[in-house]
Design a protein around this ligand. Sequence first.
Ligand SMILES: Cc1cc2nc3c(=O)[nH]c(=O)nc-3n(C[C@H](O)[C@H](O)[C@H](O)COP(=O)(O)OP(=O)(O)OC[C@H]3O[C@@H](n4cnc5c(N)ncnc54)[C@H](O)[C@@H]3O)c2cc1C
Length: 464
Amino acid sequence: MAAAFANDVDLFVIGAGSGGVRAARIAAGHGARVMIAEEYRIGGTCVIRGCVPKKLLVYASRFVHEFAEAAGFGWTVPPATFDWPTLIANKDKEIARLEGVYRSNLEKAGVEIVKTRAVIEDATTIRLLASGARVRCGHILVATGGAPFAGHPIPGFEHAISSNEAFHLPALPGEIVIQGGGYIAVEFACIFAGLGARVKLVYRGENILRGFDDDVRSHLRNEMEMRGIEVIVGQVVTAIEKHDARYVATLTGGRKINADRVMFAVGRKPNIANLGIEQAGIRTAPLGGIAVDAYSRTSVPNIYAIGDVTNRINLTPVAIAEGRAVAETLFNDNPIRMDHANVPSAVFSQPPIGAVGLTEAEARRRYGEVDIYSAHFKPMKNTLSGREERTLMKLVVDARSERVLGCHMLGPDAPEIMQGLAIAVKCGVSKRMFDETVGIHPSAAEEFVTMREKVVRPTKLAAE
Ligand SMILES: Cc1cc2nc3c(=O)[nH]c(=O)nc-3n(C[C@H](O)[C@H](O)[C@H](O)COP(=O)(O)OP(=O)(O)OC[C@H]3O[C@@H](n4cnc5c(N)ncnc54)[C@H](O)[C@@H]3O)c2cc1C
């Protein structure tokens, strides 16, 4: 399916983030003439103000626990001090390096980069706002990502920061209120707490991390509270007042909390505003974002959309896989339907979470009878470190076929362990195969292949 008519480019990619960069490079590698427009920085959310800087901050925030735990192993660590500006400067240096790598990889692949906002004029025309130039395109790929949800009609909302600003604060807040219960809110709560801030996490729902397994959610909340984070559920921030350099957040019940910063991490919205999708006739999806089919094709046949702007599964590896699928489909005569089943995910909380497949509740809804295997233990390191933290592992198994429907873990290295298990789950692994697999000893991961006893649930829960 190569480009069908004479054009300036075969593929115009709007947005040089995770998905756009991958699609552009692969398409160019297959001989397509590709142009990519980026209005901010090459690398997009993940590299510039998402996964990568976040993970660097997560690493920074873990040292405090390592220092505390070292004593049980015979170490005497002098009182540690932390310097936020050093961390931020080093992080920025690394992000700039990565941005350079992304740029040079695009250039090496022969992709033309234009630093501008791009808008769609019609099904085959892109306008570059910086120069006003128009580009005729065989295909257009919308990969504009998403942005923090910013429309809260509460007094003083302008004083709140989002994750974007959290990466560039001039100083570490001593006290911070974070509203939100999703993974970004939870991760930042753990980062700030680990670095020494007093953190209050405010969430309107019953418990944090909706969509994750209920046992994991409760366990993490407990661990966060043990680390001094106050988790306030069933409430929201209703107003923010600024008093000199401090803020007062008022909660639903009237409680007032003083803080150095108030952060909102209450979801993200796809970047579709002022993009020209209406005049091009591109339909949007009921849940927001651009509507696409299994090949990421929009309602306009030569326009595709991938990544967060389609609001399917908003994760970097998903955007990358979707980008690859589009480039292969269009320029390598290799049609690929993106498979969104069993996408693993992680929360880089402390301790972290790794998960793949169905939660127990989802599995019960879809499969009726499921068997649950679970391990709840003190990791070996904590025997000498003195830390009370416990690891949770859980397998959700279809009682009829014995297929493993979901794996969940909360504990050190959970994301690393889950990546391997995700391959097995994707292959349709059975519980018997887990049982036949020999463990690696001594490790936490070996518990996944040694769980033999089914968890007996109260009848009411099992029937839900
Ligand atoms: C704080 C945070 C932490 C995260 N952590 C993780 C994680 O740990 N793991 C994970 O998998 N995912 C994580 N994510 C999600 C991940 O960053 C996104 O899923 C991923 O970046 C989506 O890629 P994308 O290509 O769809 O869009 P993006 O990476 O958002 O790229 C879109 C690009 O398009 C540009 N753009 C937008 N409109 C235009 C226009 N009209 N013209 C030109 N350029 C335009 C933007 O400037 C941006 O650079 C995190 C996100 C955040 C905010």
